[in-house]
Design a protein around this ligand. Structure first.
Ligand code: SAH
Length: 485
């Protein structure tokens, strides 16, 4: 039976796409249907169709999957930020584990990957097989360990970025952009964020209303307040607010400070100038109007100073597990020279420093490197050194001047993964171990293939859930150099 646009059909969701849409079939034709969960029987309407697959819109769930839960957030579907909120947390973890496993085997062609630990998933080590020994000459099994899940998958984010605009009655609103649009859903209490967000946003709105300060309207590029960035140090309780404005001055800034400092923990208030027509949230310049210009937080034994523009992991509890795993995989004894590429404010560098001879960090954002250097001093480490620049430029230049000198290289690139020039230099430097921390398992898979074709083998892979409710998953991989006898 042929289905046309707007036709209604029934299907069972058999699989999930990487971006969290359910996958079902009708007569061999594949449908992607958002807001469904693996195991659901659904009624859907055809939206857009290509030759071999199409997109459907969920009309109703006819028979809910055993893994389906009631989304806790009233705007989960509209917002789209939490693609997996209708899925039980356990099922979310399974989804993420499978996503990493499939990307590494399909895109990365990492054929010797074997699951270890509990559970029935495909690819698990069979009876009589042992991890670490493949029983042939080709190499060894790479262990795929169970994902590290969160104890509580709510209110875990230490950072929120809230757009400002106006509703149809001209009132100032803030919340979240509805999925793939720039329409603001007025929701000030995202359940992934801290409870303080709501009160802070209320104060900012009150301030704007009282002093007639307008929200930015991106269609006409007018109005002042574009976004509010709010951060909380989970360990210290310190709060940071930075208003991103389309102007060089924030009128009545003192009045905003008066209001915000009523909140316990308020440590840093600033505004950031962004007068460009752009989707990029922050501009280059930040003006501090209260406090030292940063907040401080702590993960494990390491203290971190964080500026508004610096990258800092959003989920501190899971970050501790992630960095702990990076430290374990780095296998440090105290004699190693370590590189931490894409180091941000030196978070991983400083985690490794007590166990290494020397740690070099490389990061593109100058402000983050300033924080990194300060963080080195704050923690009393004199064996860390940081460079501002692109990893794919700094590392080759260093190599040209100084040669190898790397026992372990850690990389933690943004979603697009490592530049080939960077990987090429890593191979030339020939460290014993490479620890790859990744927030995108597809580009991770591509980069692992590159390294595995040039003398490295994957030894361990482990997912870490930093972003409950969403489709995103962090993974961490240990590669070691192959020594031929
Ligand atoms: N390891 C850090 C930061 C990881 S996020 C942590 O765990 O906190 C990735 C970082 O890479 C960001 O700080 C970003 O600014 C930086 N970055 C992006 N492209 C880069 C490049 N080409 N070279 C070096 N750093 C880069």
């Amino acid at each position: 039976m042929e289905i046309k646009k707007n036709d209604v059909f029934f299907t069972t969701i058999e699989d999930m796409s990487d971006d969290g849409a359910g996958i079902g079939k009708t007569d061999g034709y594949t449908w992607f249907i958002k807001d469904t969960v693996i195991g659901d029987v659904v009624e859907a309407a055809a939206m857009k169709m290509k030759k071999s697959y199409g997109y459907g819109r969920l009309i109703r769930v006819v028979e809910p999957s055993a893994a389906r839960v009631e989304p806790a957030c009233p705007v989960a579907r509209q917002c789209g930020g939490c693609q997996l909120q209708a899925m039980s947390y356990e099922e979310q973890l399974r989804f993420k584990e499978n996503k990493v496993f499939h990307n590494l085997t399909r895109i990365g062609k990492i054929e010797n990957l074997r699951r270890v630990g509990d559970g029935p998933e495909e690819g698990r080590l069979g009876a009589g097989e042992e991890s670490g020994d493949r029983g042939d000459q080709k190499g060894r099994y790479a262990e795929f360990l169970p994902i590290m899940g969160m104890e509580d998958p709510w209110r875990y984010r230490n950072k929120g970025q809230f757009p400002f605009g106006r509703d149809k009655d001209g009132r100032t609103v803030t919340g979240f952009f509805a999925g793939r649009t720039h329409k603001i859903i007025p929701q000030e209490d995202c359940l992934l964020g801290v409870e303080e967000n709501r009160e802070i946003l209320g104060m900012i709105k009150g301030f704007m209303d009282q002093y007639h300060i307008e929200a930015y309207d991106e269609e006409v590029h007018k109005g002042l307040v574009r976004h509010a960035l709010i951060r909380k140090g989970f360990y210290t309780g310190e709060l940071m607010v930075c208003l991103v404005i389309n102007g060089r001055n924030l009128p009545k800034a003192g009045k905003l400070v008066e209001r915000l400092t009523e909140m316990e923990g308020m440590t840093s208030i600033s505004y950031n100038i962004n007068m460009e027509k752009t989707n990029v949230i922050m501009g280059k310049e930040t003006v501090h109007i209260y406090g030292p210009g940063f907040i401080t937080d702590q993960i494990g034994d390491v203290k971190y100073r964080i500026s508004p523009q610096s990258f800092y992991q959003v989920n501190p509890a899971q970050t501790k597990k992630l960095y702990g795993t990076a430290l374990e995989y780095a296998g440090l004894t105290g004699n190693e020279v370590v590189w931490d590429l894409y180091c941000g404010i030196g978070t991983i560098s400083l985690f490794l420093a007590p166990k290494a001879k020397k740690v070099y960090g490389v990061e593109i954002v100058p402000q983050a490197i300033e924080d990194a250097r300060e963080n080195g001093r704050l923690n009393g480490f004199d064996n860390v050194e940081f460079f501002v620049g692109k990893a794919e430029e700094v590392l080759p230049e260093w190599y040209k001047k100084n040669g190898g000198q790397a026992d372990v290289i850690v990389v933690d690139p943004p979603r697009k993964g490592c530049d080939e020039k960077c990987l090429e230099t890593i191979v030339k430097m020939g460290p014993e171990r490479v620890v790859y921390v990744s927030c995108d398992s597809a580009t991770l898979a591509r980069d692992l293939r590159y390294l595995c074709d040039r003398g490295y083998e994957v030894r361990k892979v482990r997912g870490c859930d930093m972003f409950g409710g969403t489709v995103h998953v962090e993974s961490i991989v240990l590669l070691s150099k192959i020594h031929t006898k």
